[in-house]
Design a protein around this ligand. Structure first.
Ligand code: ADP
Ligand code: ADP
Length: 232
């Protein structure tokens, strides 16, 4: 099934002389329970595509679906609910709350939504990311790789339909980066998670099921079952 879909998605920023066409009629389906990478040169529209799919940004024209929901049909309140309840985010810069422990950070989105984790699920996520012994640490007491694992656990714990990850390994050394990739891969294979990841890194993209390549705001190519060697 399709987890997220763009049809003729166009996004322009600015007006007149300053107008930039960030996305130019992009049509793409992202399959559920798959790990998809979005690659392309800087300025090719990767972040804009991800932001439109995640309801963080509104298209200039075209349609975006998350599952069966046509985002263009939802009012602001419904969009806020959708971002809170149905999507998860992982950023290059971790974006943890420095005054909260790892456990509090992981549970924060659920706390904000007034929800409890499903029984057993918090423990499964913690064991998957290997954070059991770090739950009471604050972000400043954790390595970069551990902080990103906290951020991944935070995204996973609410079981979102799609996790959007923007350069999740961009600030990590290769050892911590490959830990995060193994963990993201595992969350797709073993937990059925759907992940869409923007990356510049062929090694990172080599862990995915499919790469969608953008250039100048258009989808120009794709690759199934990629390997780092083929991406290079
Ligand atoms: P990528 O993620 O591939 O680097 P982006 O989606 O960030 O590409 O940007 C695509 C194009 O749109 C670039 O030319 C960028 O400068 C422009 N752009 C992105 N966001 C904005 C914005 N908020 N205002 C104006 N231009 C933007
Ligand atoms: P990335 O490496 O993820 O593309 P950028 O540094 O290009 O990140 O963009 C970071 C944020 O700034 C994005 O949310 C993007 O939409 C916005 N942005 C990018 N280009 C511009 C621009 N020319 N003017 C205003 N905002 C921009």
């Amino acid at each position: 099934s399709v987890a997220a879909r763009a049809i003729g998605l166009t996004k322009a920023y600015g007006e007149g002389e300053a107008r930039v066409l960030a996305l130019d009629s992009v049509t793409v389906d992202l399959q559920a329970h798959q790990f998809t990478a979005i690659m392309g040169p800087s300025g090719s529209g990767k972040s804009t595509l991800m932001h439109c799919l995640a309801a963080l940004d509104t298209p200039t024209s075209g349609r975006v679906f998350l599952g069966d929901s046509n985002l263009g049909r939802l009012n602001d309140k419904k969009l806020t609910q959708l971002r809170r309840d149905r999507v998860g985010f992982v950023f290059q810069s971790f974006n943890l709350v420095p005054t909260l422990t790892a456990q509090e950070n992981i549970l924060l989105p659920l706390a904000i939504a007034g929800r409890d984790p499903e029984p057993g699920w918090f423990d499964e996520v913690i064991d998957t990311v290997g954070l059991r012994s770090r739950l009471q640490h604050r972000p400043s007491e954790l390595s970069g790789g551990q902080q990103q694992r906290v951020a991944c656990a935070r995204a996973l714990v609410s079981r979102p339909e799609v996790i959007f990850a923007d350069e999740p390994t961009g600030n990590l050394d290769s050892t911590s980066g490959s830990e995060i990739l193994r963990f993201l891969r595992h969350s797709v294979d073993a937990l059925g998670q759907t992940i869409v990841m923007v990356t510049h890194d062929p090694v990172a993209a080599g862990h995915t099921d499919r790469i969608v390549f953008l250039a100048d705001g258009r989808v120009v190519d794709e690759m199934h079952e990629p390997t780092a060697e083929r991406v290079l």
